[in-house]
Design a protein around this ligand. Structure first.
Ligand code: 6PG
Length: 469
């Protein structure tokens, strides 16, 4: 047993075990804690050398085995458990120790915990960790928020274990209080949007182009070698190649079309509504998971209504348009998420650097994509940029691809193929780029029935009209 270990981790599930082994691989000594003896023993065995990686189910032994200030990361399910673990640790901690919540905690919970622990002299970080189990083992993207001064103690470990993009670590101090959890929440909202769009394009290629799974595999693989290069496009390509172990054909065709969710996408949408920032592509991605869950009703309704039989399109031209439409709608989804972050930063005092966030997302996380290098550049060039669509470097990318999105949305509507993510992205684009919208009429209606007043284009002031006279 080592004298004192550099890093502590509570919660030795798959994520926790992988993260701690990653810490040890990078030259730090690490100590794990879990109530489950089996998980403790599994880690000791996998760690190989207890001078490097050790574990216990006893909280006091755990805390007393760590060097000070202690750096204790929690990788436990978000919610009440985080509070229970914190309460268990508290009696053993000293002033200046650091607790890092690496789960997908709701950001207001992080603010509450941070304030509570600050009173006790304990530094609390909410650090989003993205990349799934493999990422935790080989290099995740990490989004920490909390005390800037205390971050100096955590930084060497996080920079060593994180994913690297051209040698640069995919972790950075993002801001005070819940900034890290907030950024991770929006990351997940974007993740929902990109996943929805990827699945719509799959539907289109299958129904309008008659692509087989082999062809889908090849198409997504080819896209992944170009400007659409991203983790989600890459795994989508691999999914189409997967044969079914339990029967004939491909696994993807046997999977029930009901998507589950743990809530982070919904939180992104809910909070965007609170802030008054439109993120319709993320909203619809959440709604589509909800519609997907209504499988029994969908089957019933399918029998009641006639749906047009999709007209087959020329494959090559469809594939090319689909690539453009996906690229267009990916940009719009990132634009919405970044817009939300910019506003949240002002509202919650996070002082977020959007260029830094895009940088942290370039590798390791689920939404990593070649596009993030361009997004990083756009925000580095102008860190006051309100929306990616206002960046000159994105105007060309959008102009080049928007027509394909229009064509496919029209095709989807005529042929009864639901493309809600794509059409929302397009509508968002058309609305955001319209200097004049018809919402003057809404103002007139509000004033008509409720004397809610309106402003005018041609003069200053607040006006009300007696419409009925
Ligand atoms: C990540 C993911 C992860 C998330 C899953 C599942 O960044 O590694 O975002 O944190 O938990 O993607 O999310 P849903 O169950 O809500 O789809």
């Amino acid at each position: 047993m080592a004298d004192r270990y550099d890093f502590g981790l509570v919660g030795l599930g798959v994520m926790g075990r992988n993260f701690i082994l990653n810490v040890a691989d990078n030259g730090f000594t690490a100590f794990g804690n879990d109530l489950d003896e089996e998980k403790v023993n599994a880690l000791i065995e996998e760690g190989g050398d207890t001078n490097r990686v050790n574990a216990t189910s006893d909280v006091s032994t755990f805390v007393n085995s760590l060097s000070t200030p202690r750096k204790i990361m929690l990788l436990v399910p978000a919610g009440k458990i985080v509070d229970v673990v914190i309460e268990g640790l508290l009696p053993h901690l000293d002033e200046g120790d650091i607790i890092i919540d690496g789960g997908n905690s709701f950001f207001t919970d992080t603010d509450r915990r941070e304030a509570y622990l600050k009173e006790k002299g304990i530094n609390f970080f909410g650090a989003g960790v993205s990349g799934g189990a493999k990422g935790a083992r080989k290099g995740p993207s990490i989004m920490p928020g909390g005390s800037r001064a205390a971050y100096q103690h955590v930084k060497p470990v996080f920079e060593a274990v994180s994913a690297k993009y051209k040698g640069e670590p995919c972790v950075a101090y993002l801001g005070p209080k819940s900034a890290g959890n907030y950024v991770k929440m929006v990351h997940n909202g974007i993740e929902y949007g990109l996943m929805q769009l990827t699945s719509e394009i799959y539907d289109l290629l299958k129904k309008a182009g008659g692509l087989t799974n082999e062809e889908l595999h090849e198409t997504y693989a080819k896209w992944n070698a170009g400007r659409l290069q991203s983790f989600l496009v890459e795994i989508t390509s691999e999914i189409f190649a997967q044969k079914d172990d339990l029967g004939e054909g491909h696994l993807v065709d046997k999977i029930l079309d009901k998507a589950k969710q743990k809530g982070t996408g919904k939180w992104t949408s809910q909070n965007a509504m609170d802030l008054g920032i439109p993120v319709p592509t993320i909203d619809i991605a959440v709604s589509m998971r909800e519609i997907s869950a209504l499988k029994t009703e969908r089957i019933q309704a399918d029998e009641l209504y006639n749906r047009p039989k999709p007209e087959l399109l020329v494959k090559d031209s469809l594939i090319s348009k689909a690539e453009q439409a996906l690229y267009f709608s990916f940009i719009i989804t990132y634009a919405q998420g970044m817009h939300q972050l910019a506003d949240a930063s002002r509202e919650y005092g996070y002082e977020l650097q959007l260029g830094e966030i895009a940088k942290v997302w370039r590798a390791g996380c689920i939404i990593r994509a070649a596009l993030l290098a361009d997004i990083t550049e756009a925000f580095n060039e102008d860190n006051t940029l309100q929306n990616l669509l206002l960046s000159p470097s994105f105007v060309e990318k959008i102009n080049e691809t928007v027509d394909a999105a229009r064509e496919l949305v029209t095709y989807g509507a005529t042929n009864g193929i639901p493309l809600p993510g794509l059409s929302n992205a397009l509508t968002y684009f058309d609305a955001y780029t319209s200097s004049r919208l018809p919402l003057n009429l809404i103002q007139a209606q509000r004033d008509y029935f409720g004397s809610h007043t309106y402003e005018r284009l041609d003069r200053e002031g607040i006006f009300h009209t007696e419409w009925e006279e």
